[in-house]
Write a protein that binds this ligand. Structure first.
Ligand SMILES: *Cc1c(COP(=O)(O)O)cnc(C)c1O
Length: 245
């Protein structure tokens, strides 16, 4: 058997099998945490999609995670994922979500690589993406990234822009708008982040959108309690991200 991918961030130095075990253990730990959170919230496990965030990890890690049953993957950088795409495009049932900021000059490439774009934040970007999807004859799932704290990063739409942006995306025949995504300001204490998750859930309800992409490795339990349908988990599954050599 071909040796499995073997790198220190998956805790393996000597033999590939160990890598799989480490990843499998981490998947089990994350699943236990999800299970407890959905139980506390009176929700079903099937209501929450685990988006495995594989940015900075090589394609092999995606293949291994797929072999262990993960199906939905999140990537931040169009160009980085373009480099891995050939190795993962054939994975049965795999779905790829763009969760990082999309520049409008990358919409064409992105439309060919991803099934869902979670980070639409302007009508202009939506229209570019729609044209790109049209020319490739694909339909893309679309989510709007919402910026809930003014002082944080530039990415994301202001809540006040949502009515216009939602209308613009609904006018795009090749985009299927499903929900909202957010990335709150970093805080070690998930309770400090809870108000942001609550706010996103309120906005989604107000605008009739079913999906909520919120929560990361350190705070996804709170996000699930507040209604997350997609949690984006990187380090909790794969450990610390590799530093560029
Ligand atoms: C990297 C990233 C994540 C995952 O973060 P972890 O702390 O590794 O779980 C989730 N969402 C976005 C937008 C990210 O960039």
């Amino acid at each position: 058997m071909r040796p499995l991918y073997c790198e220190k961030w998956l805790g393996c130095w000597t033999n590939g099998c160990r890598t799989i075990n480490v990843l499998q253990e981490r998947i089990e730990q994350v699943e236990e945490r999800i299970g407890r959170a959905v139980a506390r919230a009176g929700r079903q496990r099937s209501e929450v999609t685990l988006v495995a965030v594989t940015k900075k990890f090589p394609a092999d890690v995606i293949c291994q995670a797929h072999a262990l049953g993960l199906r939905c993957f999140g990537e931040n950088y169009v160009q980085e994922f373009e480099g891995k795409h050939a190795d993962v495009a054939k994975l049965d049932g795999a779905q790829f979500h763009l969760i990082g900021h999309l520049q409008s000059n990358k919409t064409r490439i992105a439309a060919g690589l991803f099934q869902a774009i979670e980070t639409i934040d302007s009508a202009k970007l939506a229209r570019r993406l729609d044209e790109a999807a049209h020319s490739l004859a694909v339909t893309l799932e679309a989510m709007i990234e919402v910026k809930l704290s003014p002082e944080e990063s530039k990415a994301g739409a202001d809540p006040g822009q949502l009515p216009n942006l939602i209308a613009a995306i609904r006018d795009c025949p090749n985009l299927r708008l499903t929900g909202l995504m957010t990335m709150p300001p970093w805080n070690d204490d998930p309770e400090q982040t809870r108000p942001y998750f609550k706010k996103l859930a309120e906005l989604a309800l107000k605008h009739g959108l079913a999906k909520l992409s919120m929560g990361m490795s350190h705070d996804f339990e709170v996000a699930i309690e507040e209604g997350a349908t997609h949690i984006r988990v990187g380090r909790g599954l794969f450990g610390p991200r590799p530093k560029p050599a």
